[in-house]
Design a protein around this ligand. Sequence first.
Ligand SMILES: Nc1ncnc2c1ncn2[C@@H]1O[C@H](COP(=O)(O)OP(=O)(O)OP(=O)(O)O)[C@@H](O)[C@H]1O
Ligand SMILES: [Mg+2]
Length: 488
Amino acid sequence: MEIALRNIHKHYGPVRANDGVSLTVRSGTVHGILGENGAGKSTLMKILAGYTRRTGGDILLDGRPVDCDTPAQASALGIGMLYQDPLDFPLLTVLDNFRLGHPLDDPGVLRDRLTHLARQFGFTLKPDDLLRALTIGERQQLEILRLLERGIRILILDEPTTGISATQKAVLFKALRQLAEEGRSVVLVSHKLEDVEALCDRVTVLRTGWVTGHMDAPFHAGRLMTLMFGAPPPTPARCPASPGEPVLAFDGIDAAGGRTGLKGCDAVIRRGEVVGLAGLEGSGQGVFLRVAAGLKKPVRGRVFLEGKEMTGRDHHGFNACGVHFLPGSRLEEGLVSDMSIVEHAALRAGASGRAGFWIRWADAYNDARKRIADFRIQGGGPETAAVSLSGGNQQRLLLSFLTADPVLLLLENPTRGLDIESAHWVWGHLQSRCSDARASIVFSSAELDEILMVADRILVFFDGRVIKDVRTPETDVGQLGLAIAGKA
Ligand SMILES: Nc1ncnc2c1ncn2[C@@H]1O[C@H](COP(=O)(O)OP(=O)(O)OP(=O)(O)O)[C@@H](O)[C@H]1O
Ligand SMILES: [Mg+2]
């Protein structure tokens, strides 16, 4: 089925999220939508999926104008979307999520269909697992199967590769190619050139709500970068640290959580160091960060901060010693979806004990405006709700709440969902802040390139253990790739 979007507009007050976008997706192809943060990609896809109503323009399927104003209408037309932030039910099982809204009320039959579909695409999903025990990649796999079971012919994926491992990405891309070969259309939103190069037949580049160009494979990377950003962004350099005394020390830590827990972990993080945690998603990095933040108590072993034993203390105790944690799932753990930027500022002031019992709105507004300026949060003002910022701008808001004078920053996928220019800006900002304060940074990332670019030292996790501890200049992508797969 061929989809044509003609002169699509979407205005939010003065914000023109889409400002006259036209493009055609041919059937049996994978069509990429590229663009920097806030370009209007998610807005355009939500319009196509009937989740957001357009201000103007037409949608045509095989040349015929269609009404596509609700998700139900879109779904009846065969259009399904995998959203940027998951819309599933973490407390239900895989099978129950698959069954939700299904016209057929027969768990046995649906279990067989789920198993059959999963096998067809090489997905490893167990019907009785609780959804919240799954990785993001597996949650996506389930959502794709759920949509296919509903008979969709057009699959839209909004940044599906942020936060999944290279292995899961390979499985996903293979499935998407398979769908295109079966004659379906796949629309892939991304801000990563490598994804587009690996998968797409054609791309459309958006910038500030406009189409800046279209291109067919094979793509010219330099020209795509120019279409996305105007001029290619500069790369930040790693600032080699001369590590000082130990800031954080783990002595034989066992902890539960994630899919593997953390087993027998000994580690030392020194002052001024930037340490990257590499590994397949859920191999222990998240537990490491949460134990280091005092958010998770170890079952065995001891934790030290600047030489002082902290075992058993809670997050407030760690926080009072200058430890700050930035969670990976920004709308689940980091921000409150419906609260505005100024309300987040007020909440933050209250949490740090400065405000007493009342809210000083004038201070909160000043604070919010300063965050917007300092972190270049685009697409809104102090009263904009977190949920209506673009994904990348939500991440900037979250980053703005990291304290100014940390001892240790713990960051889970800190540039997840950021375009390359924003990611480089964030690292520049973190590096300069930390080198002034001689603070240490420990961060996890699904992107080996990012780890190699900014980390001084890398810990590789496999099955809950640190299996490699290496200085960045002494390794490369190939070695790390083998190590995270447990083949070091
Ligand atoms: N519900 C909303 N209310 C107000 N403004 C919105 C809303 N949704 C999106 N916007 C604004 O529209 C613009 C485009 O946002 P959109 O989410 O489409 O960008 P994006 O290209 O998906 O970016 P990212 O890569 O950061 O996810 C942004 O300026 C955003 O703030
Ligand atoms: Mg988006």
